[in-house]
Design a protein around this ligand. Structure first.
Ligand SMILES: Cc1cc2nc3c(=O)[nH]c(=O)nc-3n(C[C@H](O)[C@H](O)[C@H](O)COP(=O)(O)OP(=O)(O)OC[C@H]3O[C@@H](n4cnc5c(N)ncnc54)[C@H](O)[C@@H]3O)c2cc1C
Length: 486
């Protein structure tokens, strides 16, 4: 018997499960195919503080309260030479160390309780796209299934992109990792001549050590030798160099890239199947989940409004933005450390890497390249001044409102009620990015509605016919602080 779904997701990592939970919530029929039986081991245990609001948003916040997970871990950082600095847990937000096998399994169970149909352990044995639908053959240990879907979400992780489909965003890099018996209750990060090393306690009374280096460093050397050599040149990991020889060392390529065709014929990539981040940020899980939330909105817009053009453009823009902001952030950190470790190849390659030389092969990769080359908007924009609003309103009440001569408008994507729409947005040198809404109030129509000769008093009275006075005050304070109204 053929089972029909609107969306089929391949892969039950954080990306696939986030998309599943949101799309079910939006009323779609969703199935998921996962090749492994859960719980299965998975790397990526250090979760950044930004995952908490995402889990809360999914109604899954309590999954992070597992008593086995580790919280409040201080960090010792020696980046680019110099003496290690100790950061107390609160200083970088409240991240945590989890057991991914356990967390992914519980998130999957939660999605199933919300209506997700799961084939596991199972694999896609064949697919055919015809009449705008995918016909899929799923092979599991129990039986073969035939299912159909309008949209296929590829959440297979790194396995979702072949080498020739990857647009590289940084020089190649390889990770070596193992765990040793638990040591100090602190995370450590340190740069060494051959790359950098990270370590942190993990659930199960172990200490994870991970070294990142150029693939050349491994040529002619065993994994254990390479790791031991890197640790031997380190202040923070030197004492444990001998330990790592005794433990099983794993390795994989961790080069940052973006898929060159992430959305084709409703076959849409999310999470690490779409793009991989440089491991430096330790935000892989958070960024994968956030991008899945955006993709869920794009898919919902396509299915509900039958508008694939705007949905795909929204998705591609969000992907290009995420890639560019991350690339900019990591290259700044690498450039800082390269000064201390020149002329070693890992650092020289990063110093010499030019985004302008990345080749664009189609419209999507050209968009990525354009975003990579664009100067960071947040650097250019100035923070609006905090304004004591009540005295300001009394002072301005009878004065005419002047709009800044530098104010312009552009068409931008805006998300309203889980759908993407095109809206007019304010553009101004003092704004980090085009702005449609402030405090849930759409601003361009408010500015357009200002009559010739309007005073602040008449403007406030007009706006208060539609919005509460408290919100109008906040909007006015922001516009004045950013010098959009003068
Ligand atoms: C060495 C290393 C260290 C990392 N450290 C961190 C870290 O500390 N913090 C952090 O936030 N991120 C880290 N990351 C990144 C993090 O692991 C990923 O960002 C995150 O797991 C991506 O989630 P995902 O859902 O896209 O893919 P995954 O978590 O990889 O999930 C993919 C799922 O798809 C399944 N699958 C694959 N192929 C198929 C198929 N053909 N059919 C069916 N199912 C399939 C897999 O079994 C798996 O369950 C690290 C990555 C690496 C490589």
């Amino acid at each position: 018997m053929v089972q029909n779904f609107e969306i089929v997701i391949i892969g039950a990592g954080p990306a696939g499960l986030t998309a599943a939970i949101r799309l079910l919530e939006m009323g779609h029929s969703v199935a998921l195919v996962e090749q492994e039986a859960f719980p299965r081991p998975q790397i990526g245990e250090s979760l950044s503080p930004g995952v908490r609001p995402i889990f809360d948003y999914l109604g899954a916040g309590d999954l992070l309260e597992n008593p086995q997970f580790l919280h409040n871990i201080p960090s010792r950082i020696a980046w680019g030479g110099g003496e290690p600095a100790l950061l107390q847990p609160g200083q970088r937000g409240a991240g945590l160390m989890v057991d991914r096998a356990d967390l992914d399994a519980r998130l999957l169970a939660l999605a199933m309780s919300r209506g997700l149909r799961v084939f596991q352990p199972a694999k896609m044995a064949g697919s055919l796209f015809q009449n705008d639908r995918y016909e899929l053959k799923i092979q599991s240990t129990e039986a073969d299934y035939h299912i159909t879907a309008r949209v296929l979400l590829d959440a297979r992780g790194r396995g979702g992109a072949h080498i020739h489909e990857r647009m590289p965003l940084a020089p190649a890099s390889v990770a070596l990792w193992t765990h040793v018996p638990a040591g100090a209750y602190e995370a450590c990060i340190e740069t060494v001549d051959e790359g950098w090393i990270w370590g942190a306690p993990v659930p199960g009374n172990h200490y994870r050590i991970m070294a990142f280096t150029d693939p050349e460093s491994l040529k002619g050397h065993s994994k254990a030798c390479t790791m031991q050599r890197m640790q031997a040149g380190s202040k923070l990991f030197g004492q444990r160099a001998a330990d790592t020889l005794d433990f099983d060392i794993k390795t994989c390529l961790v080069s940052a890239y973006v898929h060159t065709r992430p959305w084709e014929r409703n076959f849409i990539k999310i999470g690490e199947a779409a793009f991989t981040l440089d491991p430096l940020s330790s935000t892989g899980v958070e960024v994968a989940m956030r991008f899945s939330l955006q993709t869920a909105i794009a898919v919902h817009t396509m299915l509900a409004d039958d508008d694939p053009v705007i949905a795909k453009a929204f998705y591609e823009n969000k992907l290009a933005e995420a890639v560019a902001s991350h690339q900019r952030w990591t290259s700044e950190y690498y450039a800082e450390a390269a000064k201390a470790h020149s002329p070693f190849p890992f650092w020289e390659k990063r110093r010499g890497f030019r985004t302008g030389e990345i080749e664009a092969s189609n419209d999507f990769t050209a968009l990525v390249k354009q975003r990579l080359m664009r100067p960071s908007a947040t650097q250019a924009a100035k923070e609006p001044a905090a304004v004591p609003i009540d005295p300001l309103i009394r002072f301005l009440w009878d004065k005419p409102v002047h709009l800044s001569g530098q104010l312009a408008f552009s068409s931008e994507f805006a998300v309203t009620g889980d759908r993407v729409e095109i809206r007019r947005a304010m553009v101004h040198p003092n704004l980090p990015r085009p702005v449609v809404y402030l405090n849930h109030i759409e601003i361009p129509p408010l500015l357009n509605a200002l009559d010739e000769g309007a005073t602040y008093g008449t403007a406030i009275e007009t706006w208060c016919r539609h919005f509460p006075y408290g919100d109008v005050k906040k909007v006015l304070g922001f516009l004045w602080g950013a010098e959009i109204v003068q």
